[in-house]
Design a protein around this ligand. Structure first.
Ligand code: CU
Ligand code: ZN
Length: 174
């Protein structure tokens, strides 16, 4: 009975919410002598579900770890200024589909021989909203040289940082 009550309350809240989509952009710049350029756009239409659209070029063919890092600081030539993976819940490193993972663990992206990566990811457990503990606005977005093995702590052994951008609000928020 209690569960039913909670479900009804939740549905009511969802139906009443007036939700303006929030959008953000990270302009990705090359690091560690790479040639990666492009943009990544974030859209949150439903609370806690963020579409992440990559539009990159110059990416070496292969599989590359992709994460939100805690600091929105891309100043270092090797991208290390962005710090560790964004981890507001103090969990272990894993993949985005694992129940427990860093909020910033976006898994891997695959680059074809053309070096052009146009793909869209759907991420839960992150937000673009002011005041949310898992808000990624102002944090660093990093593309790595190697595959994230989704296991090795605390980085996934994804190697160097070949692109970095700061996630910046671009629309929808007050
Ligand atoms: Cu990373
Ligand atoms: Zn991680």
């Amino acid at each position: 009975m209690r569960n039913l009550m909670i479900a009804v309350l939740f549905l009511g809240a969802t139906a009443c919410a007036t939700w303006t989509p929030v959008t953000a952009t990270a302009v990705m710049e090359p690091r560690s002598d790479s040639k990666v350029h492009g943009t990544v756009t974030f859209t949150e239409r439903t609370a806690g579900v963020v579409m992440v659209k990559l539009d990159l070029s110059g990416v070496p063919e292969g599989v590359h770890g992709f994460h939100v890092h805690e600091k929105g600081d891309c100043s270092a030539p090797d991208g290390t200024s962005a710090g560790s993976h964004f981890n507001p819940h103090s969990t272990q490193h894993a993949g985005p589909n694992d129940i427990a993972h860093h909020a910033g663990d976006f898994g891997n992206v695959i680059a074809p021989a053309s070096g052009i990566v146009k793909t869209e990811l759907v991420m839960g457990g992150v937000s673009l909203r002011d005041g949310a503990i898992d808000n990624v606005i102002g944090r660093g977005l990093i593309l790595h040289a190697k595959r994230d093995d989704l296991t090795t702590q605390p980085t996934g052994d994804a190697g160097g940082r070949i692109a970095c951008g700061v996630i910046t609000l671009s629309g929808g928020a007050k």
